[in-house]
Design a binder for this molecule. Sequence first.
Ligand code: ADP
Length: 272
Amino acid sequence: MIEIKNVSFSYKGFEEEDNEEVLKNIDLTINDNEHTCILGHNGSGKSTLAKLLVGLDFCDKGTILIDNIEINEENVYQIREKIGIVFQNPDNQFIGATVQDDIAFGLENKCVPSEDMQGIIEEYAGKVGMQEFLDKEPTRLSGGQKQRVAIAGILATNPKIMIFDEATSMLDPIGIMEVNNSIEELRKENKTIISITHDVDYALKTDRLIVLDEGAVLFDGKPRDVFKHQDRLVEIGLDIPFALKISNALQNEGLTIKNCLSMKELEEELCQ
Ligand code: ADP
C-alpha cells in the first residue's frame, strides 16, 4: 500500500520565485493490486509525484509510506526493491549492450546468484514476448520492443508496485498495443500499477482515476464517475473519451441518448 500524506514539493531554483510548489498537500492512499491512472495537463505535477514515489526526490512537507516504510534518503534502495518505474523515453533506460545484459543488470544489483540468472532472464523476457531477442542490441529494437525490455528488466527484480510514466507516449500504435498488453498481463500477477498517461480511453480501463491540476488533486474516483465532470476536465485542458465526444455531438443535434464512455456502449445506445 502507498500512503501519500499531505505531501508538498518544490524544485529549488536560484530565485525565490523559482521555488513555487509544484505539489500541494497531496493526500492519497493507493491500495494493493489497484490499477490507478493519473491524468493531468502538462506541468500538473504527475512526473514529480512519480519521482517522489521512487525516491528520486524527497518531499518538503508530508510523508510517503510504501508498505508502512517512510521513504527517506537512507532507505531509498530498500524502497526501490518494492517499486519500479518505466519512463517515457525508452532510449534513456538501457545500460546493457544486449537485451540479456540489460535484464541481468537489475538482477546483479539485487545480488541474485549467477547460476539462477539465466532462468530468470528467460522467464521475464518471455513474459513480455522478447525471448527471441536476448542477444540483440537494445538500440536495434523498435520503441515498443525497447519499452517491453525495460518492463522485463524491472519485472525480473520483482517489485510489487510498477509505475508507467507516459511509457507509451513515444510509441507507434503497434508499440502502444504491445506495452499495454504487457501491462494487462501484470494485472493478473497482483501487481499494484500506476499509469501516468494522456490517453483518456486507456484511463477508462483502470480501477481508479486521479486527476491532478496545478499540483493538487482535482478528482479521485472510479473513471466513470470522474468523467461525469467532463466540463471541468475540458476547462483545464484535458481530453475526454472519444465515445463521450460523439455522445455530446449527437445530443447537440437533438438526439436523446445518454452519455456513453465506450464505443460499445454508444453502439448499444444507438441500436435502442
Ligand atoms: P507533468 O508530469 O504533469 O507534466 P511535472 O511533474 O513534470 O508535470 O512538472 C511539474 C512542474 O514542475 C512544472 O511546472 C515543471 O516545469 C516543473 N519541473 C519539473 N521538473 C523540474 C526540474 N527538474 N526543475 C525545476 N522545475 C521542474
